[in-house]
Design a protein around this ligand. Structure first.
Ligand code: GLN
Ligand code: ZN
Length: 748
């Protein structure tokens, strides 16, 4: 019995890779210097994993941006336009990841999407009819060699062919067109690695935890039947994660491979599947240490589980790559009683070897300490929170009166024109704004000076909103660093790490807050600045909150209570805030659910039963007690909800704004088809680009919307918050938006 990990964080303990890469982008260091920094990090990480006593050490899990992109470039899946730029391999790679504009030409970046149910993003490979799949790169071989030269035997990792094809986009062609070439390319990789001295290869196939039936299952079988005819003596590990492989378990364990990697955390059925039988000649890589969360493993439970598995060859592993957790707890300053509950990537290595020792029959002190840790209650429950939850009834989740009646009352009260205009909440976070917030955080300026600064900013932007004639104003969110962290900092039950960075995409990290205990609000959070803003103007100012599902999804959740329960706690806290805003004269309140779609289960059959059936009620709980005359808005970042429209409708908000500028017609058709009842603000221009949309362009978009949605139900707004935009472009764009809305209104 041995230990292994699926992958290790790449950015480095102190995000060294981020800083080196960004320096290279700014032309402050050379390509050679960047490559050297990357080599140093890889070596440090291999040595660290090895020194921790882990047997199965991956290589090629490193990436300058994303491993799916690495696989695409390795296999020549690169758009012609990028090849035509004639850049160095490294610059061509970054051109694919980030776009390129310069002496060599102008190309857009590849599309980027969320990696399964995580907040990590991958670049979407683009296949066209002219794509010639073949092995053209050498990264996987170079990195294997690099480790070997350092005396470390590694298991090279690559995205498997089924996952690669499943995640890619196909233009005038289809996945099956590429099977033969793809199989040949992977077989060449096998042969070269074997010649270099590798014994194992790991093919990452997380797609296998989704629904794999019909043609998808056929594709999987075709790929692997062909691929495994020539392994060049390599042992093949097919590694899955983020769920269980119930649709293909039998297919998988009967493949002529040597290792199967399964996730025992998110894979609810994994243990049962393995108990139903596992071949004696194969090795199970059992993902029992959670790669996605930051809590200590419960050794006794894990050992009990492992002992029930009828497996002869066992490798103790993580449930997914450690990419999704921060580097180490060592640099954190939590008090010891708190800190002992956390295991980040480095500490999880120790957990694997602890488990190995104990499974082998040693009674270690680490095991005793772990038992003691779990024997003590970790947190004191908050009786008030539990009491409130115990008293919730069906009525607590239902707002009265019904949507249509509320709409009439609100219209009478607000007297808004047709096609009311508004924005999504934030205005540009200029360097000035960020610097002042940082100074305040470090106590370099006083509360009074800080408040003065924020107040002046709000006034200035309110005046501008009035000048251009927006109908519903916002205060601009200048006091917020981030839409989740800001709320977490004002809620009981939350903890914040100092250095708990997790890669989100490329060089970008996020530092998810940690839900430590029962969540409750002990004082108003947004009332001060919302009411300040409302006092400055006769127009309506929208209050701005983050919804409970998004707050949960962008935090590290507890494992001792369900995510559902944590979300209900957060919902009650935000409900308090909603009612306080209302009491203080805020008539329109927007509750953002930017990340609602993100944690939708990977299997469609689980969407409602495992998620939406509690996520939607949690949102309803937040606003169920407001007066009929208070208007509730919500905002979602992606318009990718054509398939969950009944759930969105069921949020029972009065108005929803969403990102639609890139896929307008599709979502509008779906709204029409499904008789969507809420008022809607399909974003009329793309805020993710610095381009300023003209009045004519926005006018066209509004006409397209009006062709599908009744005019009484349409709001006009950008498609997301403006915090990442420059001041000039933000102002010009929104001014054009109001001009377009006014012109059309005059025609109606
Ligand atoms: N109200 C937030 C803002 O305007 C919404 C951000 C988001 O949807 N991601 O920034
Ligand atoms: Zn958004």
């Amino acid at each position: 019995m041995t230990t292994s990990i699926i992958g290790f964080p790449r950015l480095g303990e102190h995000r060294e890779l981020k800083f080196s890469t960004e320096k290279y982008w700014r032309h402050q260091i050379t390509a050679d210097q960047l490559q050297q920094a990357a080599r140093d990090l890889r070596l440090k990480h291999w040595q660290l994993v090895k020194a921790a006593g882990i047997d199965g050490i991956p290589s090629n899990d490193f990436s300058f941006f994303d491993t799916t992109l690495d696989t695409a470039t390795l296999l020549n899946i690169v758009p012609d336009a990028v090849d035509a730029l004639d850049l160095s391999p490294l610059d061509r790679y970054f051109a694919l990841a980030r776009g390129y504009q310069g002496d060599h030409g102008d190309v857009k970046a590849l599309p980027m999407k969320k990696w399964f149910n995580t907040n990590y993003h991958y670049l979407v490979p683009q296949f066209t009819a002219t794509t010639q799949v073949k092995l053209v790169g050498s990264k996987i071989f170079d990195e294997y060699q690099e480790a070997q030269d350092a005396g470390i035997q590694t298991r090279p990792v690559i995205v498997g062919p089924f996952t690669l094809l499943s995640l890619s986009e196909f233009h005038d062609c289809q996945p099956t067109d590429f099977v033969t070439d793809l199989v040949a390319a992977y077989q060449t990789i096998f042969a070269r690695l074997a010649a270099q001295g590798a014994d194992w290869i790991q093919l990452d196939e997380p797609e296998l935890v989704k629904d794999v039936t019909g043609t998808r299952r056929e594709l999987f079988k075709t790929l692997y039947d062909q691929l495994l005819t020539q392994k060049s003596g390599l042992k093949v590990l097919v590694q899955t994660y983020f769920g269980d492989v119930r649709d293909v378990y039998t297919d998988l364990i009967h493949l002529p491979i040597e290792g199967v990697g399964l996730d025992f955390h998110e894979g609810r059925k994994t243990a049962d599947l393995v108990r139903s039988g596992f071949p004696a000649d194969k090795t199970l890589f059992a993902g029992v240490v959670n790669g996605k969360n930051i809590w200590r493993n419960h050794y006794a439970q894990t050992l009990a589980l492992l002992k029930t598995l009828p497996v002869q060859r066992l490798v103790i592993s993580t449930s997914c790559s450690l990419l999704h957790v921060p580097f180490t707890v060592a640099n954190e300053t939590f008090p010891a009683p708190v800190k002992q509950h956390f295991a980040f990537a480095t500490e999880k290595l120790g957990e694997l070897t602890d488990l190995q020792a104990n499974l082998a029959g040693q009674k270690t002190t680490a095991f005793a300490a772990n038992q003691a840790l779990f024997a003590q209650p970790r947190v004191q429950p908050n009786p008030k929170v539990h009491d409130r939850i115990a008293h919730l009834t069906a009525d607590s989740f239902t707002r009265q009166p019904a949507l249509a009646q509320r709409a009439k009352i609100q219209q009478r009260e607000f007297q808004l024109p047709l096609l009311p205009t508004t924005t999504i909440g934030s205005f540009p976070q200029t360097r000035d704004v960020k610097r002042t917030r940082a100074q305040f955080r470090k106590h370099e300026i006083s509360q009074a000076d800080y408040d003065h600064f924020i107040g002046e900013h709000i006034k200035e932007w309110l005046k501008w909103q009035e000048d251009i004639g927006l109908d519903v104003l916002v205060h601009g969110e200048f006091e917020r660093n981030d839409m989740v962290e800001y709320f977490g900092q004002h809620l009981d039950g939350y903890l914040f790490s100092r250095n708990g960075w997790v890669q989100s995409y490329g060089t970008r990290g996020v530092k998810p807050p940690i839900i430590w205990g029962d969540v409750a609000r002990n004082q108003p959070i947004t009332v001060k600045w919302s009411t300040f803003a409302q006092r400055q103007t006769d127009k309506l100012v929208k209050g701005m909150l983050t919804g409970p599902v998004t707050i949960l999804n962008w935090s590290f959740p507890r494992e001792d209570i369900s995510q559902r329960e944590s979300t209900i706690q957060i919902a009650l806290a935000i409900q308090d805030e909603v009612l306080d805003l209302e009491k203080n004269g805020i008539k329109i309140i927007q509750i953002d659910e930017a990340a609602l779609r993100e944690k939708l289960p990977l299997r469609q059959s689980d969407w409602y039963s495992e998620y939406l059936d509690w996520a939607v009620p949690a949102f309803r709980l937040v606003h169920s007690r407001v007066q009929p005359g208070t208007q509730i808005h919500t905002h979602m970042c992606y318009s990718e909800f054509t398939d969950i429209i009944p759930a969105i409708q069921n949020l029972d908000a009065d108005v929803i704004s969403f990102e639609a500028s890139r896929s307008n017609l599709e979502i509008l058709d779906a709204l029409q088809r499904e008789h969507f009842q809420l008022q809607v603000g399909p974003g009329v221009y793309d805020i993710h680009s610095p381009r300023i949309p003209s009045v004519a362009e926005i006018t066209t978009t509004i006409h397209q919307i009006l062709a599908k949605v009744p005019e009484q139900k349409v709001w006009i707004n950008p498609d997301c918050g403006l915090k990442t935009r420059g001041v000039t472009e933000a102002k010009a764009s929104v001014a054009n938006l109001t001009a377009a809305a006014k012109a059309i209104r005059a025609e109606l």
